[in-house]
Ligand binder design. Structure first.
Ligand code: HEM
Length: 347
């Protein structure tokens, strides 16, 4: 009797949709929205012509979505009576970009295939397309994610790594998501493109760890360059490129910059400058072999894209990425939402 009960529990548990067993499939929209990839690509390509930074911003948006209750487009939800938006969490506030572009993509996709493609999948596709448009690797994006009915600002503050993290803290933040040290090093390579505001690294220039001195692991020439862009006590919103040489190209320069102490954030330089760290050899290998970096970047992006995904009848396909369905005007929402197959899932 006891054995039967245990067996039943195990069978039931085995059937539960745990995130790591997520069943995503690159051909998920083959019949329902065959052109989704090219529709997303056209919008991203057009926007990036006048705003090349957008490629970086879209890759980051997918990352910030996935690290907070999974890749479920929770980052896109605006504040309402029942939603405390993640957009105002410290790592996102006045920092994330591209929400309007995602809406533009969603409109284009809805015109072709109404009610079919999730906002979470749009974020995953936009990230891959941004890599390709930045001359980086391509990969077949596993699809079939559904959109959340909730957001979690507290979790966003908790889960998103900070630029002043040391290597142990970085590894821990990735381990929580099921990502290992190689994933950490490969995904940090996304900092080969895009910009950062002075406020995220200015302490390294003038008062590192309250020493009154610059970060000793910062290249002195680079320190001078950065100090000119970020004067002491100046506006923390000034911008600088992550990669001083090829700022909008996805390449292995991120790693060669680390080798000469030109990592922009403390969290970047930690990967190479932490004494005895196992990340040093990985940085060296990606620096000397861009193909190896690309292969690892692809694999880690796919792995990240699988975190905590909603599939099947979970969540919903949002009509508008910034609001759960039935709440598009930002009105107070219902406590439960009926999904398309009649199952009721609580919010
Ligand atoms: C390892 C821990 C990480 C930390 C501490 C971190 C932190 C940051 C910070 C502080 C910025 C600058 C934001 C601003 O100035 O407004 C930034 C930008 C960026 N991050 Fe990260 N990040 C990390 C990992 C990642 C990962 C895993 C990805 C993607 C796979 C990523 C992609 C980007 C991109 C592309 C930008 C530039 C965005 C733009 O120009 O709009 N980062 N990151």
């Amino acid at each position: 009797m006891k054995v039967t009960v245990v067996c039943c529990v195990l069978v039931v548990l085995g059937a539960l949709p745990f995130s790591s067993d997520a069943q995503l499939d690159p051909s998920f929209y083959r019949d329902t929205c065959p052109k989704v990839h090219s529709i997303v690509r056209e919008v991203v390509r057009n926007v990036s012509k006048s705003d090349p930074r957008m490629l970086a911003s879209l890759i980051r948006l997918h990352f910030h979505d996935c690290f907070v209750q999974g890749c479920d487009a929770s980052i896109l939800l605006n504040n309402t009576a029942t939603i405390e938006s993640e957009q105002q969490a410290f790592p996102n506030n006045n920092s994330i970009r591209g929400l309007d572009v995602v809406n533009q993509i969603k409109t284009a996709v809805e015109n072709a295939c109404p009610g079919v493609v999730s906002c979470a999948d749009i974020l995953a596709l936009a990230a891959e397309i941004s890599s390709v448009l930045g001359h980086g690797p391509d990969w077949k994006v596993p699809l079939g994610r559904r959109d959340s009915l909730t957001a979690n600002r507290t979790l966003a503050n908790q889960n998103l790594p900070a630029p002043f993290f040391n290597l142990t803290q970085l590894k821990d933040a990735f381990a929580v998501q099921g990502l290992n040290t190689t994933d950490l090093v490969a995904l940090s390579g996304a900092h080969t493109i895009g910009r950062a505001q002075c406020r995220f690294f200015v302490d390294r220039l003038y008062n590192f760890s309250s020493t009154g001195n610059p970060d000793p692991t910062l290249n002195t020439t680079y320190l001078q360059t950065l100090s000119a862009i970020c004067p002491n006590g100046g506006p923390g919103t000034n911008l600088t490129n992550f990669d001083p040489t090829t700022p909008d190209t996805v390449d292995s320069n991120y790693y060669s910059n680390l080798q000469v102490n030109k990592g922009l954030l403390q969290s970047d330089q930690e990967l190479f400058s932490t004494t005895g760290a196992d990340t040093i050899a990985i940085v060296n290998s990606f620096s000397s072999n861009q193909t190896l970096f690309f292969e690892n970047f692809k694999a880690s992006m796919i792995k990240m894209g699988n975190i905590g995904v909603l599939t099947g009848s979970q969540g919903e396909i949002r009509q508008q990425c910034n609001f759960i369905n039935g709440n598009s005007a930002g009105l107070a929402t219902l406590a439960t939402k009926e999904s398309s197959d009649g199952m009721v899932s609580s919010i």
